[in-house]
Design a protein around this ligand. Sequence first.
Ligand code: ZN
Length: 90
Amino acid sequence: MPTYEYKCKKCQYRFEEFQNISEKPLSRCPQCGGRVHRLISGGAGFLFRGSGFYVTDYRSESYKKAEKADKGESKGETKEMKEKAESKKE
Ligand SMILES: [Zn+2]
């Protein structure tokens, strides 16, 4: 029997309910009687996959940024090292 997760639109109360798949979803909040909507707990795989894509996107984005930062840093270091070497020569 799957566990369905509900969230109240009115008071934001979150609760889980064991329900048979053929049972009608709850529509009322046990706390305030407001409307509830069922969260997609059965789609955990989908959510995981979605966040996976998001993480990949985020990683590639941060990787680009890191690459840029690395280039900038190495440039600065090279310049600094050159300057130091030059001042040593003088
Ligand atoms: Zn409520």
